[in-house]
Structure formats: C-alpha cells, structure tokens
Design a protein around this ligand. Structure first.
Ligand SMILES: *[C@@H]1O[C@H](CO)[C@@H](O)[C@H](O)[C@H]1NC(C)=O
Ligand SMILES: *[C@@H]1O[C@H](CO)[C@@H](O)[C@H](O)[C@H]1NC(C)=O
Ligand SMILES: *[C@@H]1O[C@H](CO)[C@@H](O)[C@H](O)[C@H]1NC(C)=O
Ligand SMILES: *[C@@H]1O[C@H](CO)[C@@H](O)[C@H](O)[C@H]1NC(C)=O
Ligand SMILES: *[C@@H]1O[C@H](CO)[C@@H](O)[C@H](O)[C@H]1NC(C)=O
Length: 395
C-alpha cells in the first residue's frame, strides 16, 4: 500500500534521472537537489560469481558498530498495530509537535498533513500547525506523490525534525494539502528511508542529512519487528544491537544502489520450487504488511495452501497453521523459511488469511515484495555504506 508506484512515467523519470545524476544533479519538476557524485563500485560490476562477490563484500565490510544497550538514544521504539503497521513517533517544529509515522524502506519522502488539509482523512490525524513553530521555513516548491492507490499533493517546507535524540534542523519535508485514498490509515505520515534519488518531492531525505552531518556513526539502520506484541519493535540508527537476532547476519548486495531491492534465487515449498523459478527481484519493504508477488504465482501458492477468496482476502482454516508446510525464500544461497504461522494472519474476528497478496504494480521482471510478515521473522539491516541488506533470524 505504501510503495511508491513504479508507473511508466516514473520509470522514464528514472532513466532521465540517470543522465542527470551523471552530471551531479538530480532535477525534479520544480526543484534541484545536488547529489554528490559517487564512484561506481567497479569491483561489484567486474565480479560476477555470487560466492566471490559475497567474500569480497565480507572482506571489505567495515565493522558494524554494535549498539550495546537497549536504551540507546539511537534505538527508536515502534508500536505494532495488529501486525499490519509499525509506527513510531517523530516531532516537527519548535516547540515540538508529535506525529506517528511509518518508517518506510520503499520510499524516500517524509511528509505529514498540514493543518490546511481539510479532507476527512487529514482531519482524522495530527496535522502540522506551521504557524505555531518558530523554526518553520516555507518554500515555493510543490510536490505530488502516489503510493499504490493513495495520492497526495502539497508543498515542501523546512523545519526541525526529531527522531528520538536524532535532530535534523532545517529538514525539508512535504506538507500534504490535498489527498485521496488515505482513509482509515492508522498513522499521521510516512518517513521514507530509501535512496535520495527516489524522492518525489525532491527534498533531501532525513537519513541522508543525518548521515552527512555525522549525527550517526555508520550509515546503517535496522528493524526488529515484534510478533503479536504491541511493544518491543524498534528501528535503530547508526548500528545494530545483536541481541535482536540469532546467528550471523547474511549480507546480500543490492541489485542496484538506489532501491532496497535484492536478487532472490527461488521460492520453494517441500523442496519444490513454487515461484521465482528463474530467479527474481525482491524489494525489502517495511511499509508493506504482506508478501506480494505476481498474481499468477500468488494464485498458485493460494491453490497449494487451499485458501478461499472472500472480499479481497484469501482465507484458510486457522487449524491449517498446524499442518501446512513452510514456504522458503532462498536468497544468495541461504534459506529463509517461513512457517505457516508466519505466513497466515489472524484478523480481529479470529479468522485466518494468507499473508500472500497480488502485487498490482506491473513490473518487467518477476518482483516480490518482502513486507512485515517476512521481516518479523528476519531482523533486517539496511547498509547504505555498502549498498547491501543484512538478514538474520530475529529473536
Ligand atoms: C508516541 O507518543 C505517544 C504520546 O506522546 C505515546 O503514548 C506512545 O507510546 C508513543 N509511541 C511510541 C512507539 O513510543
Ligand atoms: C480548510 O478550512 C479552513 C477553515 O476551516 C479554510 O480557511 C481553508 O481555506 C480550508 N483549506 C482548504 C485547502 O480548503
Ligand atoms: C515565493 O514566490 C514569491 C513570488 O513568486 C516570492 O515573492 C517569494 O519570496 C517566494 N517565497 C519563497 C519562500 O521562496
Ligand atoms: C546519545 O546520547 C549520548 C549520551 O547521552 C550523547 O552524548 C549523544 O550526543 C547522543 N546522540 C545523539 C545522536 O543524540
Ligand atoms: C541512485 O543513487 C545511487 C547513489 O546513491 C546511484 O548509485 C544510483 O545509480 C542512482 N540510481 C538511479 C536510478 O539514478
């Protein structure tokens, strides 16, 4: 739901952007953001064997700083809403106004609603009162964002944004003035944690700004998403706390810097390949509750686990969680099994339904979205310094 849509126009924008990035500039509709030119990782391009690549990534990896105590100011609590959304508090302005946002790895913009947004969905949430903030700075830039079926437009503004003790002064972000398709959402805004060249507003992302200002020791963040419990989930910045996972972190290089997308080898059930048979792409996405894939393949999985479709969900007997086999995602040669209990959700009325869902966004290659259902089982580290993702069994 929260993934920014990869429509034809954004693809062409992407291609267009590539050329501009080469010039050291990313131009967006109404604003220009300077992005420092980064050297392409020639090593990654030159070596094709996966194992060799893995070894090299291992050798060249810096030591991840371990956050050694849970009360660290860089470990930020998230609240689990029915295993569907994980929201955390941020504040904006002086004096601070508090918002509950989704920390989303599928997008790069930060936005909240403006007090001037009068739609019923805006009015149901905390809205930013810019006139009550002494550090607020307006601009004349406007933006539009599409997330699946949600759309919004507004203006880019600047103010002090705080994530716990992390402070970004004069942080650009979006103020939503008009929206549609956001009815009933349990959060006030979204904080995008993807790469800067994915922004729709052109505003420099908060993670990049904090990174450039040296507010975090290493350019990494990580998620631990709790199961069932409202409390206990965290997003951590600048390092990882090893007490949130078991065993080693397995590193997977991104297909391309610029999106949290990795290569997946296959998806299997009882040693039979059931999807991704020729390899596919996987977006590691904290802003999606489900596991999404191409309709035909998701239907096949639903046939295998014998679901009954009703009202856009695919129901299954709750008893089935006891005997249905695991579904295994194989990434970089490593197996990431999900038990039936992990891929079957329970709704508020106690009915059970599949965590698999059709991805309605058309992509040229087979693409899966590993959302919260997967990330509850696997602790995830997003390493901007090495353009890779680390996965390990969550505690
Ligand atoms: C966010 O703030 C509200 C009130 O200020 C508090 O009740 C809630 O527990 C906070 N959420 C998290 C995840 O800390
Ligand atoms: C929202 O409502 C206020 C008064 O209730 C009005 O002044 C303002 O112009 C409205 N904004 C929009 C965008 O309609
Ligand atoms: C916005 O544009 C108007 C006129 O086009 C200009 O007077 C004003 O200074 C601009 N404001 C900002 C914050 O750039
Ligand atoms: C975290 O807390 C320590 C000690 O309280 C402080 O020195 C440090 O500046 C804080 N870091 C951030 C990013 O606020
Ligand atoms: C996005 O930015 C990264 C560097 O941060 C760059 O390597 C990548 O090529 C860019 N992607 C696109 C599509 O422009």
């Amino acid at each position: 739901m929260l993934r920014t849509q990869t429509s034809l126009s954004t693809w062409s924008q992407k291609i267009h952007m590539k050329w501009l990035v080469l010039l050291g500039l990313v131009a967006f509709s109404e604003c220009i953001v300077k992005i420092p030119l980064r050297r392409v990782k020639t090593m990654r391009n030159a070596i094709s064997g996966k194992n060799t690549l893995n070894n090299i990534l291992k050798e060249h990896a810096y030591r991840l700083p371990q956050i050694s105590f849970r009360g660290s100011n860089l470990t930020h609590p998230l609240r689990n809403i029915r295993d569907l959304f994980y929201v955390g508090n941020i504040t904006i302005g002086t004096p601070p106004q508090e918002f509950q946002v989704i920390f989303d790895t599928g997008s790069s913009d930060l936005w909240v609603a403006s007090i001037f947004c009068n739609s019923s969905s805006c009015a149901a949430h905390v809205r930013f009162r810019h006139h009550q903030s002494s550090t607020f700075r307006p601009t004349n830039k406007t933006f539009r964002i599409t997330y699946g079926s949600g759309r919004m437009k507004g203006v880019v503004v600047h103010d002090t944004v705080r994530i716990g003790d992390l402070v970004s002064t004069d942080q650009p972000f979006g103020l939503c003035l008009k929206d549609s398709g956001f009815k009933g959402i349990p959060f006030d805004g979204i904080l995008g944690l993807s790469y800067p060249n994915k922004t729709f507003s052109g505003a420099f992302p908060i993670f990049d700004k904090l990174k450039n200002e040296g507010a975090i020791s290493e350019p990494v963040f990580a998620f631990y998403l709790s199961k069932d419990e409202q409390e206990g989930s965290v997003v951590m910045f600048g390092g990882v706390d090893h007490r949130y996972y078991e065993g080693e972190l397995n590193w997977v290089p991104l297909i391309e810097a610029g999106d949290w997308i990795i290569h997946m080898d296959r998806i299997s059930m009882k040693r039979t390949v059931i999807a991704c048979s020729d390899g596919c792409e996987a977006l590691v996405h904290t802003g999606t509750s489900h596991i999404e894939g191409p309709g035909r393949l998701v239907n096949n999985i639903h046939r295998l686990i014998r679901t009954r479709p009703f009202d856009s969900k695919h129901y299954v007997s709750c008893f089935a969680t006891k005997y249905l086999p695991s579904i295994t995602f194989i990434i970089n040669g490593i197996k990431y099994p999900m038990t039936a209990r992990a891929y079957i959700f329970k709704d508020s009325r106690g009915r059970c339904y599949s965590a698999f869902k059709e991805n309605t966004v058309r992509t040229s290659r087979e693409t899966w979205i590993l959302g919260d259902a997967f990330l509850r089982r696997y602790f995830s580290v997003f390493d901007r310094g090495n353009d890779r993702i680390g996965l390990a069994q969550a505690v």
